[in-house]
Design a protein around this ligand. Sequence first.
Ligand code: FAD
Ligand code: NAD
Length: 499
Amino acid sequence: QVPLKPGRSLMDWIRLSKSGKDLTGLKGRLIEVTEDELAKHNTKEDCWICIRGFVYNVTPYMEYHPGGEDELMKAAGTDGTDLFDQVHRWVNYESMLKECLVGRMAVKPIAAPKEISSTLSEDKKQLNGMLPEKKLPGASAKDLTPSYNWFQTDSLITIVIYTKQKGMNAELVIVDCQDKRLRGEIIVDDHSYVVEVDLDHAVQDNVAVTFAEKVGKVEIILKKKDNIHWKMLGQPLESHNTFIKRMDRGLFYRKCKLVSKMEVTHDTKLFCLMLPKSTHLHVPTGQHVYLKQIIAGTEVVKPYTPVLPYLPLDFKQPSPSDGAHIYLMIKIYSCGLFTQALDHLQIGDCISVSNPEGNFKKSQVQTSEDLFLLAAGTGFTPMVKLLNFALTEVSCLRTVKLIFFNKTEDDILWRNQLEQLALKDERFEVQFILSQPTKDWVGKEGKISSSFLSEFVKRSRKDSKVLICICGPTLFTEQGVQYLKDLGYSQEEIYAFTA
Ligand code: FAD
Ligand code: NAD
């Protein structure tokens, strides 16, 4: 992010785009754009960019782009789809830039639209039993493509997915069933398999999911509303029976109810959201979700990292997450567009929550002997589940050290719980470092630096296996990674949480 000029916030952009001003210079016309035409609009004063086959005049948006004008200019006059996907594919550009739409690319889009599955002629068939597998662009070898089948009893419908992948678990399966629309997604490495149908008959609210880990079989069990015989499972929907790269799958949202909101510090709250009964979703350690709200008529999306309801002190107990709720620890910024709207939600209101994303792998921790967590402000959030996972399930861990950077004492999240944990578990240690302490602070003072890191990040043995996870404001993370590399830590020993 770069500092924006006053009057150039997202809210200001929303206001401008709603003002009725002609932002494309085409007086409301939509045109077909050739590659040659697109290439001509490549200056700051006249900048067109193609995203997924649609061309936008982003000149009026330049000064509002949180990443700065230069970043936007990298795609000037070209297809910016890949660049866009690398940086912020979760941003709803269709909604944000709808007033800047110039038209479609002529002849053929440069990048294929997302979510358009191929071989859809099969989909015209009614679903009745096993369908042939579909191979899609980007899918791995045919023999790795999952397949499905279904069967019924008087009261149940069971959809069986053969993932051809060992070690299936609750975190790799996401199921939603609403208004007869069933969507089941299976994560297989960096690919995703989706079963998506408009069910033939109504089912009850609750969905059960079971796994046969060794054979990679997943069962989605639905209860029929009426005990009648189904002739078919239902009509296939757009993404049905597709196996594509996770990155290429659009985000799927479901509405969750806000059930409680508790103060953590003067500006940070713990939001508890309840998943619908018909949703099966577990957010894996180290991953985040996106929340979506309509603010002043525009869809705004921001990422948040689920935490636990509290830090368990006794790691022999099962994790306190029950699978039915998502807990989010969120700092409310006084000028923050999204967090202000979030703070105004009432208990019982609903908000859209996406499927999880993120590339952190728990296996990175599983072989570590020393784990260092460098967190700044709400950059603490991914560390919560990570800490719980490490202390509960990683037997080779000798030390876990959290180095927590905050502005003032009042900003420290879950300080009491962290101190209790350090007393209780001798493997765990916490160090607080304040950048704006009051005079009576007796602890460490300053910002992330090479000297702090050389003091606190030390292997417990000369050759011990180390993992250092870092999360916080972008500059904090960037500086931290650089200092760690300067201190001799390798890329594999460092994991930085970013967008
Ligand atoms: P914004 O409207 O974006 O503004 C926030 C503050 O920054 C305001 O004070 C604003 O004035 C200032 N600001 C914004 N943009 C600029 C700019 N370009 N120049 C100068 N100042 C600016 N946050 C949490 O609280 N909890 C989490 O668990 C969490 N998880 C995250 C996970 C990921 C992967 C990422 C990338 C971020 C996460 N965040 C988390 C941050 C979160 O996504 C939002 O950025 C945050 O909530 C602020 O949103 P907002 O719309 O309220 O604020
Ligand atoms: P903050 O402004 O309260 O700062 C907390 C501490 O961060 C400061 O005391 C300081 O030590 C350090 N810091 C801040 N700015 C710095 C800079 N420019 N250079 C070096 N150190 C700096 O923090 P906050 O308001 O709680 O913000 C937390 C940040 O963490 C947000 O930017 C949020 O987007 C990010 N975050 C990212 C993820 C993720 O997974 N990527 C998850 C959660 C939060």
